[in-house]
Design a protein around this ligand. Structure first.
Ligand SMILES: [Zn+2]
Length: 388
């Protein structure tokens, strides 16, 4: 910028000539019109309305004009700059509108579309119950032991004092597994005298979790406290009260000096943990080949607490108004089982108990049909919550 100059000829200042201002205005309007995005518009604004814009630079020269020329030049440049800002404002609004419309199209969500997402999976109530039962014993110092579901007959029967001609092999409706050479299993056949126990014995789908007891006794050091939850198989049709595949959980303790009092204590602790303290338990004589003596465990009905047996009382669906519910089988480990596992029965004794996991689930939650546990209907599972 130069000092006021009386001899200054405005026409000679090219940047301030009417033609030059019009040209700058036209260039600005063209650039603004050509801007197709907000970023391009920003560039156009900097070029034509920024500090280095031609009209800004021209306006800086106005101060140097003679007084008679100042007003005219100022009006001309001011009008042009106003026109440019107005055009920028309009274009800005238009581009923002376009952008918003674009967002509505590209980020469109149709909330009326059918809901087709698969719900997240969750564990089955039977699994949750088995783990909860096992946890009760783990808290008492038991270890969890597991074994194969395709099991040698020797583990499933012989070692548990169930010899080949024992009716229990029939009672349990065993499913035999073909041998790897394609020959069918010997259907209860057992290798005969003189051969080692494993030789000649076929393979079965384990009919109970008791073979895990044998495996534990053969592989773990004494004293032994294990709990084994798992899947077992029976050749039975699926109906309201039977499943061909179901879950059992068994406990086994072998130590010096264990008596039935220890068994009772373990059972009572188990019932207290599962159904709350205060329910009495009772043992009645029963028979299992692998325990001697054997018993069945009943607990006081957790729903009516025995009230339903009184004359005139409301009937109880859970205990069928018997006041007691059978929940498990148990007994002192048969010395023959200990011997089969190489354990001295004069030094060690043990107790064992087992129960059906589905039955425990049904009792605890008032489920009527065991079939509900295998139907795979999420409406059943959902009622138990979605523990992960
Ligand atoms: Zn009852």
């Amino acid at each position: 910028m130069s000092a006021p100059n009386k001899n200054y000829d405005p026409v000679a200042v090219t940047a301030l000539s009417a033609a030059e201002v019009d040209r700058a205005l036209e260039a600005a309007l063209a650039a603004i019109e050509a801007a197709s995005t907000l970023d391009e518009l920003k560039e156009a604004r900097l070029a034509h309305d920024g500090d280095k814009a031609p009209l800004r630079l021209a306006r800086a020269e106005i101060g140097a004009l003679p007084p008679e020329a100042k007003a005219d030049a100022g009006r001309r440049v001011g009008a042009a700059m106003n026109r440019i800002r107005e055009a920028i404002g309009q274009r800005q609004a238009q581009l923002e509108r376009n952008r918003d419309e674009q967002v509505l199209v590209t980020e469109r969500v149709d909330v009326t579309l059918p809901f087709d997402r698969t719900p997240e999976g969750a564990r089955h109530p039977v699994t949750m119950t088995a783990e909860r039962l096992a946890d009760v014993f783990v808290a008492m110092g038991y270890e969890v032991a597991e074994g194969p579901e395709v099991e040698a007959e020797w583990y499933n029967f012989d070692a548990l004092n169930i010899p080949p001609d024992h009716p229990a092999r029939e009672m349990q409706d065993t499913l035999f597994v073909a041998r790897p050479d394609g020959e069918p299993g010997p259907q209860g056949g057992y290798g005969g005298t003189g051969s080692p126990p494993m030789l000649g014995s076929g393979m079965v789908l384990r009919t109970h979790t008791s073979p895990v007891q044998i495996r534990s006794l053969l592989t773990r050091p004494l004293p032994l406290y294990v709990v084994s939850p798992g899947k077992v198989y029976r050749n039975e049709a699926l109906d309201a009260t039977h499943l061909p595949v179901f879950y059992q959980i068994e406990g086994l303790a072998v130590d010096e000096g264990l008596t039935m009092a220890d068994l009772r204590g373990a059972i009572q602790a188990f019932v207290d943990a599962l159904f709350g303290a205060g329910l009495r338990t009772r043992l009645r004589p029963d028979y299992f080949p692998f325990t001697e003596p054997s018993g069945d465990v009943s607990m006081e009905c957790h729903v009516c607490r025995g009230e339903s047996v009184k004359p005139g009382a409301d009937p109880c669906r859970i205990c069928r108004s018997m006041g007691w519910i059978e929940i498990a089988g148990c007994g002192m480990v048969n010395p023959r089982v200990l011997v089969a596992c190489g354990i001295d029965p004069d030094r060690y004794s043990g107790f064992a108990f087992g129960l059906g996991v589905e039955r425990a689930l049904m009792l605890a939650h008032g489920v009527n049909e065991i079939r509900d546990t295998v139907d795979g209907d999420v409406r059943f599972s959902r009622a138990f919550g979605m523990e992960i």
